[in-house]
Structures are given as C-alpha cells and as structure tokens.
Design a protein around this ligand. Structure first.
Ligand SMILES: CC(C)(COP(=O)(O)OP(=O)(O)OC[C@H]1O[C@@H](n2cnc3c(N)ncnc32)[C@H](O)[C@@H]1OP(=O)(O)O)[C@@H](O)C(=O)NCCC(=O)NCCS
Length: 251
C-alpha cells in the first residue's frame, strides 16, 4: 500500500518561524535541526518532518487503532540523505517496515510512505513553470524530447515539469538522487485520468542495474506531484489519499 500526504506552511503557521513546535522532534532530530543554518532550509526540513510524521501516524492509526504522538516517530537521514523512520514506545516493529520519501517546494511538503518490506517510494513536488530548451536537451532523453514535441506548446511547461519531477521521484526511490545522469532514467507521462493520478512509464538504463516498476503523476493547482516505487507494489488501486491540499482540516 502506498500512502501520500501534502501539507503547506499555511497548515501550520508556527513552522514559518523556522522553530520546531513543542512535541514535534526527538532529541536526535533536534540536534540535526540545530545544524541547519539557512532559514528556508529549516522551514522546509520542519515542514517535511511534520508532514511525514503525520503520514506515519495516520498509517499506524489504521493498523493499531490509536494514533501515536508525533514525538514517538523520528525521521533521521541515512548517509546518502534518504529519510529513515524510527520509533520507540512499542511502535518500533511496525515502523521498521515503513519506508518514506520527502519533497519540498515553495512552502509545500509532499511525502509518500510504503508499508511493505523491500519496497521504497520516491516522491517529488515541483512548481509548474517553463524550462529553457537547454534544460531539456541537457537532462532529457530522446524519447522524452519526442514526447514533448508531440504535445501542443501550451502543454509544454506542465509536461516538462512532470518529466523532470518523475526523474527526481524515480531517483529517490532508487536512492541515487541526482548523483547519476538524469538521462539514465526515461519517464513518459500518461494522459491524466479521472481520479487525478495518471500513469507514468519509468525505464532505467541497464547501467543503473535497477528497476522502477510503477509511477504516477498528477497536477494539483500550480504544482505537479510524482510518485515512483521500486521495485514493485500493487498499482493504482492500492493508493490511499491521506489528505488533499488546502482542505483546512487538522490531521
Ligand atoms: C535527492 C535530491 C534529488 C532531492 O532533490 P531536491 O529537489 O533538491 O529536493 P526535494 O525537496 O525534492 O527532496 C529533498 C529530500 O530528498 C530526500 N533525499 C535526499 N537524498 C536522498 C537520496 N539519496 N535518496 C532518497 N531520498 C533522498 C530527503 O528526504 C530530502 O529532504 P530532507 O533533507 O528535508 O529530509 C537531491 O538532494 C540529490 O540529488 N541529492 C544527491 C545525493 C546527495 O547529495 N546526498 C547528500 C548526502 S547528505
């Protein structure tokens, strides 16, 4: 099962002060937070933690019938920067089976969680905006450029953003990030579908020695959201919407 959640700074205005609210962080997270010097980075990091912890708490509530405190869930980073969930207070065995992914853009945080050992999500949020022709030729494959050329000019900013975001999501699912050439991943967005999530074909170059079997994308206001899963889970039918943007309900 793949869960996702998007939150904004407007959902928790206190985070805009770039200081952690009481009860959000564990002591290890607090220590990590104190190493962050730039205010924007501190806000993004806090919003990402707050969102990912709510998503994990939502999942645990579904499974065990009670919602853990956010401070019972910690999100630390592996050496490659990928987020890792940890917990104490009786939740550890459940939390150890969870993998998460975090993305930030313009005061929004988008997180995905998978509750199946061996599978990892990649989540990315990007603001829809035009990119230069040089950006496309530098980072996109021939197949992606051909896909763009088949779209009308008015659709180019959206399509370019989806392809770029999908590459980031896929490379997060594979835990490579932008350490590899983005042309080693081919991302071809399908047409939008009625429930909002459209399929995404993701192919990896053999040199990557990896596979991303599932991907989805959707537009949400000015943003594009993409999800990727490696190596495999049940597809779109198993997706759960924990919360939509801007519905104004405290999770
Ligand atoms: C992963 C990466 C593509 C993110 O791109 P971005 O557009 O700048 O940022 P996003 O907001 O979409 O994503 C950032 C999140 O990606 C996650 N992330 C970072 N490295 C990751 C990796 N190797 N694998 C999976 N997820 C990763 C983190 O959760 C991070 O947020 P956080 O630091 O607040 O927890 C980019 O950071 C990257 O390529 N990093 C290369 C690896 C690297 O330099 N690691 C640093 C070692 S400490």
């Amino acid at each position: 099962m793949l869960y996702w959640l998007i939150q904004t700074l407007a959902d928790h205005p206190a985070l805009a002060c770039a200081e952690p609210p009481e009860g959000l962080l564990s002591s290890a997270e607090e220590a990590r937070f104190r190493t962050l010097t730039r205010e924007k980075r501190r806000r993004d990091w806090l919003l990402g933690r707050w969102t990912a912890k709510h998503l994990a708490a939502f999942y645990l509530e579904q499974v065990i019938g009670r919602r853990p405190a956010l401070s019972d869930i910690a999100i630390l980073a592996d050496p490659d920067g990928a987020p890792r969930l940890q917990s104490q207070n009786g939740y550890a065995s459940l939390v150890d089976r969870l993998t998460i992914s975090i993305s930030h853009s313009r005061d929004h945080a988008f997180c995905a969680l998978i509750a199946a050992p061996g599978y990892a999500p990649g989540a990315d949020i990007e603001h829809v905006e035009p990119r230069t022709p040089g950006f496309v030729t530098d980072f996109f494959t021939d197949a992606e450029i051909a896909r763009l050329h088949h779209a009308p000019p008015s659709a180019q900013p959206l399509l370019t953003t989806v392809i770029w975001s999908a590459k980031e999501a896929a490379l997060k699912a594979l835990r490579r990030g932008l350490t590899v050439d983005t042309r080693q991943i081919v991302c071809l967005p399908g047409e939008p579908t009625a429930d909002g999530w459209a399929p995404l074909i993701v192919r990896c170059h053999p040199e990557l020695n990896a596979a991303v079997h599932h991907g989805w994308w959707r537009q949400m206001g000015e943003f594009v959201l993409t999800l990727a899963v490696g190596p495999s889970i049940n597809a779109a039918g198993s997706m759960v919407e924990a919360r939509r943007i801007g519905d104004g309900v405290s999770p």
